[in-house]
Ligand binder design. Structure first.
Ligand code: CAA
Length: 291
């Protein structure tokens, strides 16, 4: 099979980033979310980020125009009947993802592939909620998708070799580098990154350092481009918490216990940049620590 038409479910920060890189690589993209408003917000994000790439001379204005024209908004899952592959990038919640797959499958061609951008949930378990576990695979992009070079490819127990080979070629055609990961909770990047972020929240919770000193320490002391609390706000604190819960439940080890302060921020609806407040308050001209 030749992949030409790519469906993307979820127009949030990851889904819009995936649609962005696919369209720039020359694929026709069908972008779906639960409301037209969310799709429009995703398209505006793509437009803004492509404009930024034009200003940075990464792409030309013509390439931006052509890529934007390749993206078609879709209100209904029925629009995916023409897709060669559908990449699911909805909320990091297993029940929501399973429901999407059961609604999606009846609309797909028999030979269409399904990929999930889950950052932590078992590929094997998600595959089992579809009618095609052998044509199902994990393809985990990093945020911001247009900038980050890595994609983790994760096979479920039933993923067949042709699915893996097709996805391998497809991801490379997007200009990304691949790390293969086995199907264990949170794969490689998040298995390592999220416990570090959770530990930074513990350091804050225990009063070892302030938000500013923790982030400064890791930016200047370990050369990280962002401090761990800044990065947590960037990823989304709800996503961080759900990944920690998947690690805690899946590996049954208390070292993955989510920090109670992280839980409290999520309960408050302070989810980071997307809600304008997390470990920093983004409502003013510059971010101000909230603790
Ligand atoms: N789309 C397109 N271009 C973007 C962009 C976006 N969304 N965000 C940033 N850029 C571009 C900027 O335009 C800029 O381009 P030029 O070099 O042409 O000027 C370049 O990227 C660098 O951006 P900035 O100058 O604004 O800022 P920066 O140098 O601080 O870099 C960053 C920003 C790339 C986000 C950097 O801070 C960084 O690498 N942070 C860490 C990101 C990270 O760790 N991501 C992984 C998160 S974990 C994950 O995603 C997995 C998961 O499941 C949770």
């Amino acid at each position: 099979m030749n992949i030409r038409k790519v469906g993307v479910i979820g127009a949030g920060q990851m889904g819009s980033g995936i649609a962005h890189v696919c369209a720039l690589a020359g694929y026709d993209v069908i972008l779906h979310d639960v409301t037209r408003e969310r799709i429009e917000t995703g398209l505006a994000t793509i437009n803004g980020n492509m404009t930024r790439q034009v200003s940075g001379q990464k792409i030309t204005a013509d390439e931006r125009e052509t890529a934007l024209d390749r993206i078609t908004p879709a209100d209904e899952l029925a629009a995916f009947e023409v897709a060669d592959i559908v990449i699911e990038s909805a909320t990091e919640n297993e029940a929501i993802k399973r429901k999407i797959f059961s609604d999606l499958c009846p609309h797909l061609r028999d030979d269409a592939l399904i990929a999930t951008n889950t950052s932590s949930i078992s590929i094997t378990r998600l595959a089992a909620s579809t009618d095609r576990p052998e044509r199902f695979i994990g393809v985990h992009f990093m945020n911001p998708v247009p900038v980050m070079e890595l994609v983790e490819l994760v096979r479920g127990i039933a993923t067949d070799d042709s699915t893996f080979d097709l996805m391998n070629d497809f991801v490379q055609s997007l200009g990304k580098n691949i790390a293969n990961a086995e199907d264990f909770p949170a794969f490689i990047v998040n298995r390592i990154l999220l416990p570090m972020i959770n530990e930074a929240v513990y350091v804050l919770y225990e009063g070892v350092g302030s938000v500013e000193s923790i982030d400064k320490a890791m930016r200047l002391g370990a050369n990280h481009p962002m401090g761990p609390l800044q990065l947590a706000d960037f990823i989304g604190l709800d996503t961080c918490l759900s990944i920690m819960q998947v690690l805690h439940d899946g590996l049954s080890d208390s070292k993955y216990r989510p920090c109670p302060l992280l839980v409290k921020y999520v309960e408050a609806g302070w989810l980071g940049r997307k809600t304008q407040r997390g470990f920093y308050d983004y409502r003013g001209d510059k971010p101000v620590p909230t603790r």
